[in-house]
Design a protein around this ligand. Structure first.
Ligand code: DAH
Length: 347
């Protein structure tokens, strides 16, 4: 190894070179790469200096080591300092580029609504649930017995003609009314009974107000001392919640084989408030459902003592209520899934 003076000169050249190079670096990655080349113990300008110790005369070794260590410390500090500075800048740039303006209005998410018939069904379920009713889910495929015979509609009864039935076999059919659920409930439960039964029903019927498949909600209460007054009181609560507080109910005599007496329930027209309009066909009243006191024959057929218990029943057409409530004049609109219609109804 040459004189120490020569070493000093070499080291100051290295310092100068490193100092210059450092000014050209643009990222922490570049600092890392450059540091690796300089400090590499075999090939690095500083890292390899110690390898030359062997060539240094004994008496100069200490001084040589000291100077090499000094430049090593200096370089390490320079790299660390630049690395910290670069990393700070990079972080700042990242924050800047990833910055989001939380005050910007968000993209509008198009949201759908429940189908109007579902909305009405849910509302009716809520009303009767709040009156203490539980829900019975019936079967869409029924036997002739549950759909007709047990409801006091024997084989040759003219009431069968009121409902054009889809028969699956002489015994099985698609239920034409949720009333069939009444029989299942009364056969399996002793009074007090208080259920509603929503579901699909099927009839071979097709025009502006009828669809081959539609939904009904059956109601059944059986207990001691149940009368038509209980029915009227309960239905009053129901129609007020559905059509508005000033809606009145009116019972008109009617006929259903499974109720005696039977009634049709009208509500005062919620559009014209009873004055007469197109919706109520000038009468001031709109028919909304059928109901009555459960026929003793039906109770007895299910093993319920009709001298001890009496019952009331009602059947609501869900699509009909939806059509009245939302001013829909053709039932087909409820089955076509046209978003221009469905988008208007969020109740
Ligand atoms: N099941 C009848 C129909 O579909 C509706 C009905 C009327 C149900 C009177 C009842 C009732 O429970 O009491 O036309």
């Amino acid at each position: 190894m040459a004189e120490l003076g020569e070493l000093s000169e070499k080291l100051s050249l290295i310092r100068q070179e490193i100092s210059e190079e450092l000014t050209k670096l643009n990222s922490s990655k570049e600092v890392y790469e450059y540091r690796k080349t300089i400090m590499d113990s075999k090939t690095g300008k500083i890292g390899s200096l110690m390898r030359e110790m062997g060539k240094v005369p004994k008496e100069l070794k200490a001084e040589y080591g000291k100077q090499v260590n000094e430049i090593k410390t200096w370089a390490t500090e320079c790299f660390d300092e630049l690395d910290t500075k670069m990393k700070e800048e990079e972080l700042k740039a990242r924050y800047e580029s990833e910055k989001i303006d939380v005050t910007l209005p968000s993209n509008k998410i198009r949201r759908g609504y429940l189908h109007p018939a579902t909305q009405v069904r849910n509302q009716i379920v809520d009303i009767f649930a709040s009156l203490g009713f539980s829900i019975y889910e019936g079967n869409e495929i029924e036997t002739d017995y549950y759909n007709f015979t047990a409801l006091n509609i024997p084989k040759d009864h003219p009431a069968r003609d009121m409902q054009d039935t889809f028969y699956l076999s002489p015994e099985f059919l698609l239920r034409t009314q949720t009333s069939s659920g009444q029989i299942h409930v009364m056969e399996s439960q002793q009074p007090p009974i208080k259920i509603i039964s929503p579901g699909k029903v099927f009839r071979s019927d097709d025009d502006a107000t009828h669809s081959p498949m539609f939904s009904q909600m059956e109601g059944l209460v059986v207990d001691k001392g149940i009368t038509l007054c209980d029915l009227q009181g309960m239905l009053d609560v129901f129609v007020k919640k559905i059509f508005g507080d000033d809606t009145k109910t009116r019972l008109r005599p009617s006929y259903f084989p499974f109720t005696e007496p039977s009634v049709e329930v009208d509500v005062s027209c919620f559009q014209c408030k009873g004055c007469g309009c197109k919706l109520c066909k000038g009468t001031g009243w709109i028919e909304v459902l059928g109901a009555g006191v459960v026929n003793k024959k039906v109770l007895e057929g299910c093993g319920i003592d009709s001298d001890v218990y009496s019952g009331l029943a009602f059947g609501i057409g869900i699509e009909r209520i939806a059509m009245l409530k939302y001013g829909i004049n053709n039932i087909k609109l409820l089955f076509e899934s046209d978003l221009r219609v469905l988008d208007q109804i969020d109740d």
